[in-house]
Design a protein around this ligand. Structure first.
Ligand code: PLP
Length: 396
């Protein structure tokens, strides 16, 4: 039998049919006015989703990882110091990428499950009156642990320390699903990818770049060619692109923003919160808890579930894929085996999430874990019945 179950990984996410169709366009000359007509709404839409008041949107044929690389190589020079907390696999990978580019990373080791440590960041910045630290890097939503950090609070820490460092933020698994306000938070570069909140296939790195970051690009000497914002902006000014763009994805991006805005960004964020809260009720009913150390840190896009002693989260993920054809996320790095992850972002409804919770329960029962079938599902059902959410089932 042919069946297509939703995925419950925190990216790539389920692709809505309208977006799939929007990506499917005939070959188009990217030097023609037709490309500009397609490109401009995508850029304008991203600007609104990121909450940008000024600066530029850069769309690169790449993924989130390429977005990290573009963010640092366009603003920094070899030997520059950057400050970053390591509290999960994604913050770790960005740090590793910086080190491989010859940057000096001042690492604040932070327990996995905690957020960006604002007080320690502020103290490190106060201890740097000469301004050696050129950038603070932060992972808004640590996808490995399901932890959301306070980027507005991070901006206040920089301001309190009166430090001029750039603020570079990885919003790959938050942007388009949880509130993000580049202008209010004074973010200098925000990095997103097409395959998470934007519900597209992988293939685009999506960046918002502030005027301050654009100014540093003139003096930054880290090597870059494919990712050089200067080439990109020169071509943009002429209505084009320095090389062949991913035209289908850009068409899909415009459609994705339209879908997010048709629902309403606030409604999108409220839906993600509701979906996440239902998952958390289920986790509690199983007698388990999220890896995120405190409720203020709970991510609305992914929950890393700490599994009982003697159980292995990776076993559940393997079984779900093999026996039921459903994808969950494995634990990564320090929390490998200790958690499994439920992605709840992008095109998902209450009913879809309930199917994922039911599948997870079947796997737990199969593996002999100490849970009662239906317990988590029932807790989520009670929550979804009682919480109001505008239901938008597309008929396209
Ligand atoms: C998925 C993800 C990335 C990496 O993005 P790719 O598109 O896989 O390169 C980076 N950061 C976070 C927080 C992510 O969730």
């Amino acid at each position: 039998m042919y069946a297509q179950n939703p995925v419950f990984i925190p990216g790539p996410t389920n692709i809505p049919d309208p977006i799939r169709k929007a990506c499917d366009i005939p070959t188009l000359d990217h030097r023609s006015p037709a490309f500009a007509r397609l490109f401009q709404p995508a850029v304008a839409g991203v600007r609104r989703v990121l909450g940008m008041a000024e600066g530029e949107v850069i769309l690169l044929p790449s993924t989130g990882t390429g977005g990290w690389e573009a963010a640092i190589t366009n603003t920094l020079s070899p030997g520059d110091t950057v400050l970053a907390a390591r509290h999960g696999m994604f913050s770790h990978r960005w740090i590793d990428l910086c080190q491989r580019h010859g940057l000096n990373v001042e690492i604040l080791e932070t327990p996995w499950g905690e957020g960006v440590p604002l007080q320690r960041i502020e103290a490190a910045l106060r201890a740097d009156p000469g301004g050696q630290i050129k950038a603070v890097l932060a992972t808004h939503n640590e996808t490995a642990t399901g932890v959301r950090s306070d980027i507005g609070g991070l901006r206040r820490a920089l301001d309190a320390a009166k430090h001029p460092a750039l603020l570079l933020v990885d919003g790959v698994s938050s942007i388009g699903s949880m509130p993000f306000d580049m202008a209010a938070w004074g973010v200098d570069i925000a990095v997103a990818g097409s395959q998470k909140g934007f519900m597209l296939p992988a293939g685009l790195a999506i960046l918002g770049v502030s005027p301050k970051a654009l100014a540093t690009m003139q003096t930054a000497t880290l090597l870059r060619t494919f990712f050089d914002f200067r080439d990109m902006l020169k071509s943009y000014a002429a209505g084009g692109y320095p090389y062949t763009p991913a035209v289908g994805l850009i068409a899909g991006l415009a459609r994705a923003v339209e879908m997010l805005e048709d629902e309403g960004l606030d409604a999108v964020y409220a839906r993600h919160h509701r979906l996440a809260e239902g998952v958390r009720r289920a986790v509690a009913a199983w007698g388990m808890r999220p890896c995120a150390a405190a409720p203020v840190l709970f991510s609305d896009t992914v929950t890393a579930v700490l599994v009982p002693d003697g159980c292995n989260g990776t076993d559940l993920v393997k079984l779900a894929a093999e026996k039921y054809g459903v994808a969950f996320g494995v634990g990564l790095g320090e929390v490998a085996g200790k958690v499994f992850r439920i992605g709840h972002l992008g095109m998902l409804s209450d009913v879809m999430v309930l199917s994922g919770l039911a599948t997870a329960e079947m796997c737990m029962a199969d593996l002999g874990w100490p849970i009662k079938l239906g317990s988590g599902v029932a807790a989520a059902q009670e929550y979804y019945r009682g919480s109001t959410g505008a239901l938008a089932i597309a008929a396209e």
